[in-house]
Design a protein around this ligand. Structure first.
Ligand code: NAD
Length: 470
C-alpha cells in the first residue's frame, strides 16, 4: 500500500523546504521530495555561492585599496581554488543545517523526482520512480533553471550559464555577459573585482531595466569605473568561436552590427520554470503561459495542489518563494495569512548594494498617485565616510497628504539589510512621522534613512538647505 502523508512538497529549495518545515511545525505529517541536495538553486547554485564570491572578490579589491586607510599590502593575490573552497564550505554548512532542520522536524526526505499522477481513491498522488505516495495536499516547488538563448552557437563549449561558470576552476581573463539583469551585474561585480576584463551586452536601453532609472545610471557609472564595458540596446544574435579559441558574441547595437570577444560567454538572460516531468498526462493544472496559475493562497486549479516560487512567475526571489510556502501551509491548515506577500523587498549584491521595496516615484506618477519624496546622499553620512563607501543615496516615496510610506530605493553599503525598515513601514501602514519617531544610533548607515525621511519635510539636518521637494 502507498504511504500517505498530510502534505507532500515537491522540490527542496527555499520555497519547498520552508513549506515542509512550517507544515511539520504545525503538526502535519510531511514528506519532501528532492532529486538533488536540499536548498535548491538559492543555496547550491544561486544566492549563497554568488554572495560568497562577491564577498571574497570585494575583499580582494579592498585589500588593494588599503592605502586609503594607511594600510600597505604588497603582492596581494588570490587563489581561485581556495575562493571556491570557501564558497563550497559556506554552501555545505547551510545545506547541512537545512538537512538537520528537516530531520529534527521529522520531515520524511524522499530522494528522486516527483511527478503528480492522477489521484488514487480520491487522494492526491505523486510518483517517484516506481513508488507512489499519497497526500491530502501537495505543494509544487520545483523552481527554475537558467533560460537558454535560442540562437546559433548557444551550445558552444565556452558559452556557459551561471551553473557552468561556477564549475570553472579558474577566473576567466575575459568574460562577455549576455544580460544586464541581476545575475549579469552580480557576476560582473565578482569577475571585475578579480581582474577579469568584463563586457555586458544588454538588449534593453538600461542595465537593471526594471529598477529606477537613477539606480541603473548609478550602477552603470560604478561598473564602468571598475573597467566593465557596458553596451545597452545591444541585442545578441549569434555566438561563434574565433580562430584563437575564444568566443564571440555578435550583436546589434542601435542598428549597427558589432561583436564582443572573450574567453567565456555567460548567458544570464532570465530563468524558466522547471515543469518537465512534473505532471503525468491528464493532471496538468491550468497554466498562465509557461507558469502554473494559482489563486491568492497559491492553490492551483487542482483541489489540494498548490504551487509556489519560480514556478508561478512574478517575482523570482528566494524569500518570495519562502513566503508563498508559508502562506500555502497556512491555507492548508485553515489559518489566516501571517505575512503580506504583496510587499517584497529586492536586493542586488553589487558594490555598493542596491535595494528596493514598494513603489518608485515614476511608478506612482504612472498610476496617478500624488507623492512626496525625500532623498539623502550618503556622502554626508559619517559611517559611509569612515568606510569610504560614500557613493549612493537613500530615497523614500510617501503618499501626499497621508504621508504613508509607499516605497524606498537605496544604493549604499548595507542597503540589502536596511531595506527591511521600509518593508516593515509599508506593511504596517506607517507614515513618515511614525518612522521618524525612532532615534537612529550614531554613527550608522541607518542614519541615512532618518535623513531621507526628514528630507520629505525639507528638514534633513545634514543636507544643505533647499526648498521642500513636494
Ligand atoms: P533578468 O530577467 O533579471 O535579466 C536578463 C536580462 O537579459 C534582461 O535584461 C534581458 O533584456 C537580457 N537579454 C535577454 N536576451 C538577450 C539578448 N539576446 N541579448 C542581450 N540581452 C538579452 O534575469 P537574470 O539576471 O538572468 O536573473 C534571473 C532571475 O533570478 C531574476 O528574476 C532575478 O531577480 C533572480 N535573481 C535575483 C538575485 C538577487 O535577488 N540578488 C540574484 C540573481 C538572480
Amino acid at each position: 500500500m502507498s504511504e500517505k502523508f498530510d502534505l507532500i512538497v515537491i522540490g527542496g529549495g527555499p520555497g519547498g523546504y520552508v513549506a515542509a518545515i512550517r507544515g511539520a511545525q504545525k503538526g502535519l505529517n510531511v514528506a519532501l521530495i528532492e532529486a538533488d541536495r536540499v536548498g535548491g538553486t538559492c543555496l547550491n547554485r544561486g544566492c549563497i555561492p554568488t554572495k560568497a564570491m562577491i564577498h571574497a572578490s570585494s575583499l580582494y579589491r579592498e585589500m588593494q585599496e588599503g592605502d586609503r586607510f594607511g594600510l600597505h599590502a604588497e603582492h596581494v593575490s588570490y587563489d581561485y581554488d581556495k575562493i571556491c573552497e570557501y564558497k563550497q564550505e559556506t554552501v555545505d554548512t547551510l545545506v547541512g543545517g537545512v538537512e538537520q532542520l528537516l530531520k529534527g522536524n521529522k520531515v520524511t526526505l524522499i530522494e528522486g523526482r516527483g511527478t503528480l499522477i492522477p489521484p488514487q481513491g480520491g487522494i492526491n498522488a505523486v510518483a517517484v520512480e516506481e513508488e507512489t505516495y499519497l497526500a491530502d495536499n501537495i505543494i509544487l516547488a520545483s523552481g527554475s533553471r537558467p533560460a537558454e538563448l535560442p540562437i546559433e552557437g548557444a551550445d558552444l563549449p565556452h558559452v556557459l550559464n551561471s551553473d557552468g561558470l561556477f564549475a570553472l576552476d579558474h577566473a576567466p581573463d575575459s568574460l562577455v555577459i549576455i544580460g544586464g539583469g541581476v545575475i549579469g551585474v552580480e557576476f560582473a561585480t565578482v569577475f571585475a573585482n578579480l581582474g577579469s576584463q568584463v563586457t555586458i551586452l544588454e538588449a534593453l536601453p538600461k542595465i537593471l531595466d526594471n529598477f529606477d532609472k537613477e539606480i541603473s545610471q548609478n550602477l552603470k557609472m560604478i561598473l564602468k569605473k571598475r573597467g566593465v564595458d557596458i553596451h545597452t540596446s545591444a541585442l545578441v544574435k549569434k555566438f561563434a568561436e574565433t580562430e584563437t579559441g575564444m568566443v564571440m558574441a555578435e550583436y546589434e547595437e542601435k542598428g549597427k552590427e558589432s561583436a564582443a570577444v572573450g574567453d567565456y560567454i555567460l548567458v544570464a538572460a532570465g530563468r524558466r520554470p522547471v515543469i518537465e516531468g512534473l505532471f503525468a498526462e491528464g493532471v496538468q493544472p491550468e497554466m498562465n503561459g509557461r507558469y502554473v496559475k494559482v489563486d491568492e493562497n497559491y492553490l492551483t486549479s487542482i483541489p489540494g495542489v498548490y504551487a509556489i516560487g519560480d514556478l508561478i512567475g512574478g517575482i523570482q526571489l528566494a524569500h518570495a518563494a519562502s513566503a508563498h510556502g508559508i502562506r500555502a501551509v497556512e491555507a492548508i491548515c485553515g489559518d489566516s495569512a501571517s505575512q503580506n506577500v504583496d510587499v517584497v523587498p529586492a536586493g542586488v549584491y553589487t558594490d555598493p548594494e542596491i535595494a528596493i521595496v514598494g513603489m518608485t516615484e515614476a511608478r506612482a506618477k504612472e498610476q496617478g498617485i500624488d507623492v512626496i519624496t525625500g532623498k539623502f546622499i550618503m556622502s554626508a553620512n559619517g559611517k559611509s565616510l569612515i568606510t569610504k563607501e560614500e557613493r549612493g543615496f537613500i530615497k523614500v516615496v510617501a503618499e501626499a497628504g497621508t504621508e504613508k510610506i509607499l516605497g524606498a530605493q537605496m544604493v549604499c553599503a548595507r542597503a540589502t539589510d536596511m531595506i527591511g525598515e521600509f518593508t516593515t513601514a509599508i506593511v504596517n501602514d506607517l507614515t513618515v512621522s511614525d518612522m521618524l519617531r525612532s532615534i537612529m544610533s550614531h554613527p550608522t548607515y541607518s542614519e541615512g534613512i532618518g535623513e531621507a525621511l526628514e528630507d520629505v519635510h525639507g528638514m534633513s539636518l545634514h543636507t544643505a538647505p533647499r526648498p521642500s521637494r513636494r
